[in-house]
Design a protein around this ligand. Structure first.
Ligand SMILES: *Cc1c(COP(=O)(O)O)cnc(C)c1O
Length: 462
């Protein structure tokens, strides 16, 4: 399988090149040259596989430059850190099926992709005798998944900046209690925006970037999308068997369009067995406005109780446009250039008719999110995290006879403040979060200055 850019400006890449380059050099995103539609017999041959075997079979469709034995080992390592034997179990709760994506080391769905990406980077770098220093900024909610993906790996270090004293206690502890020597938590005396600005400045310094082989693990990496396709197939097989149903729906709480884009690809592979995807947003509703009105225009980011979805420009959206417009890279390039200037895109009725065959969409307020956590608990005894609650609430807006699978993207114990507000008591604390307070910590406090961070990296990089 070769990989192309959504803007058409690069020669075809191998899978390995696609993973290591992240973004395409023409500014576009990397996509596979084709997405295989599974035949009925292929679907049947995948239906009863355990999660890891299914992952291996799906990866093999998109990866032809890693020997099968090695790919198997990468899969086994990536999902060996999960605490549930099914990796992503699907449970029936009330009217919905809940696809629990939070049984990885940091209790959020990003583990599914970042455990794989960390292993893959280690493998590819060892093979080339190269090293990489990962640099990133986090507002708290997603940094730990990247840290756990990289901890203890050869040829890789990670420097993660977070705003000192401005991330929740659980989130800070999840990051700073990782004491592996290749993990550097930098608590910056400033805001998240300061952290992001510093990271941007360092990546823009091409001489520095080259000298220290800076890399990123952000959500546009193709390997992350690929890893996420697997659980859609997995959940489809479990639920269609249990319900004796041919077709299902998914409801996906969305920020960067990464998770739901994997769902879109799974839908292309499974055909109309996936009837539609429900795209659920919080008050940051650019994607809902796109689906319902054809209005993709950037507004101010509003901070909410589902912070991992507080995003305006959805970094994976360009991949969807590529398929929406029949893989017309010229049209994507032109649209993205216009978007960079005008901060908005609008769509024709014809485009929208096609979009609505793929998606339904609703935006959910914080008040409705809290109410959904409360009602769902009263009805089923099950505690939703605020991101998952956005997806459940959106699913309720589109009643259907088809089984609806709601993606549970985080364990509620990661967001105890929101859950307490909804229920009047905090969620039970699971094993991995239990003794965080008493564990040794490793964190360095630095001023919000590019030079301080630059110096720290040059002294500690591989
Ligand atoms: C990242 C994240 C999301 C949003 O996923 P995207 O791929 O950005 O759409 C939703 N919920 C949680 C808990 C997350 O960490």
């Amino acid at each position: 399988m070769k990989y192309l850019s959504t803007r058409g400006g690069i020669p075809p890449l191998s899978f390995k090149e696609a993973v290591l380059s992240g973004l395409a050099e023409d500014g576009g995103l990397i996509v596979p040259e084709r997405v295989p539609r599974l035949s009925d017999s292929e679907v049947e041959s995948l239906r009863h596989l355990p999660y890891q075997d299914l992952a291996f079979r799906v990866f093999r469709l998109f990866v032809d430059d890693i020997p099968e034995e090695d790919l198997k080992i990468l899969v086994a390592r990536s999902y060996g850190t999960f605490t549930h034997p099914d990796i992503t179990p699907v449970v029936r709760k009330g009217a919905f099926w809940i696809l629990e994506l939070f049984h990885g080391p940091t209790l959020a769905f990003k583990d599914i992709a970042l455990q794989f990406l960390g292993n893959l980077f280690e493998y590819l770098l060892s093979e080339r005798g190269e090293r990489m220093n990962i640099l990133g900024a986090t507002s708290g909610d997603t940094g730990s998944a990247a840290i756990y993906g990289v901890r203890g790996r050869r040829n890789l270090t990670i420097f993660i900046l977070h705003p000192h004293g401005r991330v929740s206690p659980v989130q800070a502890l999840q990051m700073t209690t990782v004491t592996d020597p290749n993990v550097f938590n930098l608590a910056i005396e400033g805001t998240f925006d300061d952290c992001q600005a510093i990271v941007k400045r360092l990546f823009a310094d091409l001489e520095f970037k080259r000298r220290y082989r800076l890399g990123a693990v952000n959500s546009i990496n193709w390997a992350r999308v690929l890893a996420q396709i697997v659980y859609y197939l997995w959940a489809y097989f479990r639920v269609s068997e249990a319900e004796g149903a041919e077709r299902v729906r998914f409801s996906v709480p969305t920020g960067n369009f990464g998770d739901i884009f994997a769902g879109y690809l799974a839908r292309r592979m499974l055909g109309d067995r996936v009837e539609r995807l429900i795209l659920a947003t919080n008050e940051n509703d650019i994607l809902t406005r796109f689906v319902t009105r054809g209005d993709y225009s950037v507004r101010q980011v509003v901070p909410t109780i589902s912070p991992s979805m507080d995003i305006q420009v959805a970094s994976n959206f360009e991949r969807y446009l590529y398929y929406l417009w029949g893989e017309d890279a010229g049209r994507v390039r032109e649209a993205m250039e216009r978007f960079a200037e005008e901060k908005r895109l609008s769509f024709s009725e014809e485009d929208l008719a096609r979009v609505r065959r793929d998606f339904l969409s609703a935006s959910v307020s914080q008040e409705e999110t809290l109410r959904t956590i409360r009602e769902f608990y009263q009805e089923t005894g099950y505690i939703l995290d605020p991101h998952t609650a956005v997806g459940v609430r959106a699913a309720r807006e589109f009643p259907s006879d088809l089984p609806t699978i709601c993606l549970a993207t985080a364990h509620p114990a990661k967001f105890p403040e929101a859950v307490s507000r909804a229920l009047g008591f905090p969620p039970p604390v699971p094993e991995p979060l239990r003794d965080l307070e008493s564990r040794p910590r490793r964190v360095v406090i630095l001023p919000a200055e590019v030079e301080a961070v630059r110096r720290f990296i040059s002294e500690h990089a591989l």
